[in-house]
Ligand binder design. Structure first.
Ligand SMILES: [Zn+2]
Length: 305
């Protein structure tokens, strides 16, 4: 009888055993997705772009001198301070290319980490999506920021930009972002990369930073390298040498990357990342100060003295 009661108490977590293993199996996106505020710790990107978290995040102000943040309800305008100041610099600088200002999409959640929807990366506060739709010359309402759709830069049904939408000002904006010293990579649709290869002329060094990827024809994605002071932040391998305008781009523009997998050959979707999949220190980032909502399996806070 006693043994059964003890087993039940153990199962329910009433006995003072560590609850860490239980929480370790929780989908990390649920824990990070509910954090409303940053971890009050020194700024630090922890882990890698698609497997990590962010301490000491700063918000990008929702209205700046040369930008407006979109989709405010997502609360994803958080980043490492180095990323925040880079976006501000790109936005202000883009005025000299004829941009009134930039519309800024997702950066990271307040404590980084996996997201409940939308991105595999953007986890350590070093990634940002910038819309290719120009900012209007007025302040958008919160509703407009939810509802306005970004504009595709592609011609319908082909892997080619529409020059009426993707203009030299767009190319100059991406070049500006690629030339910033912090920028490690920029992701764009292969058709945009092709347009940039044609645009670049003899100044081609920055093209190496601009990498083709699926999607990314409504926005471009800026990724910065690990900032100094971010111990435990893992950089990606540098991109291959060269401007990337040759064979690699030919492959991206061929049918192969766009052909759907035959039925039955598709790999199974990966299970969501758990806390155990993330660097150990992300536990500390989730737990720092009061979480926004009480979590199951976390100890009750001690009474204040
Ligand atoms: Zn992105």
């Amino acid at each position: 009888m006693f043994a059964r009661a003890l087993a039940l108490a153990l199962a329910l977590g009433f006995v003072g055993l560590s609850t860490a293993p239980a929480t370790a199996q929780v989908a990390a996106k649920d824990l990070f997705g509910r954090a409303k505020d940053p971890a009050p710790l020194a700024a630090r990107a922890i882990g890698s772009y698609a497997r990590g978290c962010l301490a000491g995040a700063m918000p990008l102000p929702v209205d700046g001198p040369a930008w407006q943040v979109m989709r405010l309800s997502r609360n994803r305008n958080w980043g490492h301070p180095v990323l925040i100041s880079l976006i501000e610099r790109i936005a202000v600088g883009a005025r000299s290319e004829g941009w009134n200002g930039l519309l800024v999409g997702d950066l990271a959640q307040p404590r980084g980490g996996p997201m409940t929807s939308g991105h595999a990366s953007h986890q350590i506060g070093l990634d940002a999506d910038i819309w290719l739709t120009p900012m209007p010359g007025r302040t958008l309402s919160a509703t407009e920021r939810e509802e306005i759709s970004a504009t595709s830069m592609l011609k319908d049904g082909v892997r080619e930009v529409d020059p009426k939408r993707f203009t030299p000002a767009h190319a100059a904006l991406i070049r500006r972002a690629a030339k910033q010293p912090e920028t490690e990579r920029i992701f764009v649709h292969p058709a945009i990369k092709k347009a940039l290869c044609d645009f670049a002329g003899s100044d081609r060094g920055w093209l190496r930073t601009v990498r083709p990827w699926w999607g990314h024809y409504y926005h471009f994605h800026v990724r910065i390298a690990c900032p100094s002071g971010s111990s435990g932040c893992k950089n990606q391998d540098p991109p291959p040498p060269g401007d990337g305008c040759g064979k690699e781009l030919d492959w991206w523009l061929s049918d192969e990357p766009w052909t759907p997998a035959k039925p039955g050959t598709k790999p199974k979707p990966k299970p969501p990342l758990t806390m155990a999949d993330l660097p150990q220190e992300c536990r500390m980032v989730v737990d720092a100060s009061a979480p926004a909502a009480p979590l199951a399996n976390t100890p009750l806070p001690r009474p204040r003295p």
